[in-house]
Ligand binder design. Structure first.
Ligand code: TXA
Ligand code: MG
Length: 326
């Protein structure tokens, strides 16, 4: 398969993409979080193509993207009052809601679970595509399974060249981190995945929201994605406290490793320095692209300094911990 890259802002490109999707093919498209690898969510065969292209484990369910709340309701058995409130305030936007699955949703999307994950993305290219093809789109992040999510079209090409028919290029994504995944099927809202919508925002909007306790096996069953290795560059990642970067770099250099230091401070170091913005939203926007650039530079060890765990910082630290655990 030859992979084509077209400018997402071009109406002819959207029309071509919609045609490919209606025929059961795969199209990668930008969202405000990260790029997604889309297929017709109502076609089990089209969706199976996503799992093959990404080499994604079949037990990890997919998010279904829809153009509006009405389309989301049609894919559920019930749409509780909290879902109405969350959708009214946050959609289009970086919040995914887990709800009781409707009959139209194929098993391959939900990994056999009785729930479905839904969101309305805020990117104009994603919305134009959803409207043009007139059906819901299953779309995980458009990376090879286990790699950092793509925040630019070139990242998608690096991971999926020859495996996807078309990539719509919408430039760098706004948040650079995936959507927050909120399960509304239990007694209280449960945040399964930290993401671009913060826990503070969700609590202000919905009242009490539990954060997933990853040491709780029963809770973990509700978040199949957490079983898998995630967000990891090829280099080994060492997460250290802010201010502890230089010492960690020295140890890595002494061990003969090609090392990079990722931090928000101005530092003198013999390592390759990737200085990310002090502002956490900007840090999040650039993180995955930075990790990929360090891989491309042949770095073996990435020392990353922690960021404060408030607001979007909680999602950043979640991804850094997973990258370091890989
Ligand atoms: O920002 C995003 O969410 C991006 C863009 C493309 O929308 N998508 C994305 O998809 O990050 P993916 O597949 O990489 O991550 C989806 C997460 C996984 O952790 C998966 O396990 C979880 O959502 N998920 C999907 N359906 C679920 C369900 N029914 N119950 C619980 N978790 C679910
Ligand atoms: Mg992903």
């Amino acid at each position: 398969m030859i992979t084509t890259v077209l400018a997402g802002g071009d109406p002819a490109a959207i029309a071509r993409a919609a045609e490919i999707l209606r025929a059961g093919g795969l199209v990668a498209f930008p969202t405000e979080t990260v790029y997604g690898l889309g297929a017709d969510a109502l076609s089990a065969t089209a969706v199976a193509g996503i799992f093959a292209a990404k080499e994604r484990p079949a037990d990890n369910p997919l998010i279904v993207h829809v153009a509006d709340v009405a389309a989301a309701r049609r894919l559920t058995r019930s749409f509780p009052a909290l879902a109405e409130r969350a959708a009214a305030a946050m959609w289009p936007g970086p919040l995914t809601l887990v709800l009781p699955r409707g009959e139209a949703v194929p098993d391959v999307i939900t990994a056999g679970q009785d729930t479905v994950a839904l969101r309305v993305p805020a990117h104009p290219v994603a919305l134009a595509l959803l409207r043009a093809c007139g059906r819901p789109l299953a779309a995980p992040s458009a990376n090879r399974s286990g790699r950092p999510s793509p925040t630019r079209a070139e990242h998608v090409l690096a991971d999926l060249d020859g495996r996807v028919a078309l990539i719509l290029d919408g430039g760098p994504t706004l948040h650079g981190l995936e959507s927050s995944v909120l399960d509304l099927t239990g007694p209280r809202p449960l945040l399964l995945r930290r993401g671009a919508a913060t826990l503070e925002q969700l609590r202000e909007l919905l009242g009490p929201v539990d954060a997933l306790d990853e040491s709780d096996a029963a809770a973990l069953r509700r978040s199949p994605g957490l079983r898998h290795r995630h967000y990891a560059p090829r280099a080994r990642v060492l997460l250290v406290a802010e201010g502890a970067g230089e010492a960690a770099v020295e140890r890595a250099l002494a061990a003969g490793e090609r090392v990079a230091l990722v931090c928000r401070r101005e530092v003198e170091t013999q390592a390759l320095l990737l200085r990310l913005p002090g502002d956490l939203a900007a840090f999040g926007r650039e993180l995955f692209a930075g990790l990929r650039a360090l891989d491309a530079a042949g770095i073996e060890r990435i020392v990353v300094e922690a960021v404060p765990e408030q607001g979007i910082g909680a999602a950043i630290m979640d991804r850094l911990r997973r990258a370091a655990a890989g």
